[in-house]
Design a protein around this ligand. Structure first.
Ligand code: ADP
Length: 547
């Protein structure tokens, strides 16, 4: 085979911030800080602090391949760590502080982190965890001298700003092989122990690039983007890389994620676009309804991480003129797999037709390949009808799990495709429609009922604020659906009314066998409905039809 004659230069994460500092020096990074107040910087100045931090890490003895952990909100220091750690060849291990303490301890021990950086709000959490963490782990509080937390239980605690002080503000990055590990993120462990996904410089650069290509209206030097999705959750869906790559300004919300705080921040900073999971948007939409308007400048939201409910998409688009882009992905895909960007022809369709497209999870990013297979691994047609397990392939898709041979052995199918554990349909024009997670499908008498479809339908019912569908054991059908509902404040929806409403929206055999009213539904560490917890809570519940 004749080989191309081009230079073989490695893809590198620090090259992104170098590029942004040079080409988009004045694009801003605005952060709500944990200490209180707003911090403003830009790509040119933050590049200097990243260089100083990198020198500080080297002075602390951080070596290539060392895992350096973070437990922090979305803010400029966390962003600096992303680049400084990966830039010197170490691995930026972001940890989700909302996990249970046992899971946090498991993750730090499994990853064998050598340093742990944390926001001062997490000082009590870290103090409590310390006895369960490796004895040689060093701790750094991400703040200045004047706001350092008390040292009780954290002796030897280092100060972030001290690490930077006096260090040079320029650096020549070491040249790394592009397949060098750069970042580590554990799945939230909705099914068993958390599993580590180890990203490389190459995979993250390619993912960020295809993210910009796949969502062109979100990025650009005249845009401001607000990641509500945390930097501790799968690289905030790639935004800390794709924003500087495209010169897009970043607005970081810090710990303030309630609807009112997000509204005020978006309004003040004229945020153009924001990314997050559906539960976050429930809060913002409530605030928008209360104030009778959208935050000034907000043009688009990206909803991903779990299915975007149709009523939510409709409210954003029809009531507030905010365009919705629905995305799907997973930790193992860096994480974006598909985005719901429409073509100009699709934009011309009627409101109902556009919504029908947006309820689907969008189309694949460049470099992501998708197929659906039956239980024997045989590929099914992409006809929008057949559904089976979704498998994916691409340079930003995991080939296995960090130090976990058992999970790695099951990750790929015989042809080397990653098995997602999601059940999906794919239409001839490439739209992905997630039917369910394999384990959440309701298997009723040989037919499958999508819990996502039922939840979507139930959310359209007056009086329903939040809901979840669970498969419940049934002596005749194997499983039947149970609908768990959190009513809207001041609403008292009747079970019969909800079931009657649903019978006009779904086939009669899909209508749930019962409705259970609750005050709240448990959420996972990534603010998704925790069906695992809900199942535990309802372990003694028996469907009336099964009694
Ligand atoms: P975890 O399994 O720890 O929650 P992720 O955060 O990586 O891990 O979640 C990935 C899963 O979330 C996907 O496999 C899929 O089941 C679900 N998911 C993500 N986005 C969507 C979406 N837009 N619609 C439906 N499900 C989604």
């Amino acid at each position: 085979m004749l080989k191309g004659m081009m230079l073989d230069r490695p893809l590198s994460i620090p090259a992104i911030i170098d590029y942004a500092a040079e080409v988009h020096p004045n694009a801003e990074i605005v952060s709500v800080t944990v200490e209180g107040g707003i911090h403003r910087t830009n790509y040119k100045d933050i590049r200097k602090r990243i260089a100083s931090l990198a020198h500080g890490l080297l002075a602390l003895g951080v070596k290539p391949s060392d895992r350096v952990a973070t437990l922090a909100w979305n803010g400029y220091r966390h962003f600096e760590l992303y680049y400084a750690i990966s830039g010197i060849g170490a691995v930026c291990h972001t940890i989700n502080p909302r996990l249970f303490p046992e899971q946090l301890a498991y993750i730090v021990n499994h990853a064998q982190d050598s340093l742990l950086f944390f926001d001062i709000t997490f000082a009590p959490l870290v103090t409590g965890l310390r006895p369960k963490l490796p004895s040689n782990l060093k701790y750094v509080a991400m703040t200045g001298r004047e706001t350092m937390p008390a040292q009780d239980g954290l002796d030897g605690l280092l100060c972030y700003e001290d690490l930077l002080a006096g260090q040079p503000d320029t650096i020549v990055w070491p040249e790394l092989d592009e397949n060098t590990a750069a970042a580590l993120s554990y799945t939230s462990g909705t099914t068993g122990e958390p599993k580590g996904v180890l990203y490389s410089h190459r995979s993250n650069v390619l993912h960020a690039t295809s993210g910009v290509i796949g969502s062109p209206r979100a990025f650009g030097s005249d845009r401001k983007i607000l990641p509500v999705v945390p930097l501790f959750h799968v690289n905030a869906w790639g935004l800390p890389y794709s924003a500087p790559l495209s010169g897009t300004s970043l607005v970081f919300p810090g710990p303030k994620l309630d609807g009112a705080s997000l509204f005020d921040l978006m309004d003040r900073e004229k945020v153009h676009n924001s990314w997050g999971v559906p539960t976050v948007w429930l809060g913002l939409l409530n605030e928008m309804k209360l104030r009778g308007r959208k935050p000034e400048g907000l043009a688009q939201v990206l909803i991903g991480g779990s299915a975007a409910p149709q009523p939510m998409i409709e409210t954003f688009e029809r009531d507030f003129g905010v365009e919705v882009c629905h995305g799907w992905g997973m930790t193992e895909m860096s994480p974006i797999g598909t985005l719901g960007t429409l073509t100009p022809e699709m934009e011309q369709l009627s409101f109902e037709e556009r919504i029908a497209l947006k309820v689907r999870q969008g189309r694949r990013l460049f470099m992501v390949e998708m197929k659906i297979v039956d239980e024997n691994g045989k590929e099914l047609p992409k006809d929008g009808e057949a559904f089976g397990e979704l498998c994916v392939r691409g340079p930003s898709v995991a080939s296995g799990y960090y130090n976990n041979e058992a999970a790695t052995a099951q990750a790929l199918d015989a042809e080397g495709w990653f098995r997602t554990g999601d059940v999906a349909k794919i239409t001839p024009d490439g739209f992905l429609q997630i039917v369910d997670r394999t384990k959440d499908l309701v298997k009723s008498g040989g037919e499958w009922i999508s819990s996502i479809d039922l939840e979507n339908a139930a959310l359209g019912c007056p009086g329903v604020a939040h809901c979840a569908v669970l498969a419940m054991p049934h002596p005749r059908w194997g499983e039947r659906p149970l609908l768990v509902v959190v009513p809207k404040p001041d609403a008292k929806p009747a079970k019969e009314d909800i079931l009657t409403y649903l019978s006009t929206k779904v086939a009669s055999w899909q209508v749930p066998d019962d409705v259970l009213f609750v005050e709240s539904i448990p959420l996972t560490a990534t603010a998704k409905i925790s069906k695992l917890e809900l199942r535990k809570l309802l372990k003694d519940y028996v469907l009336p039809t099964a009694a």
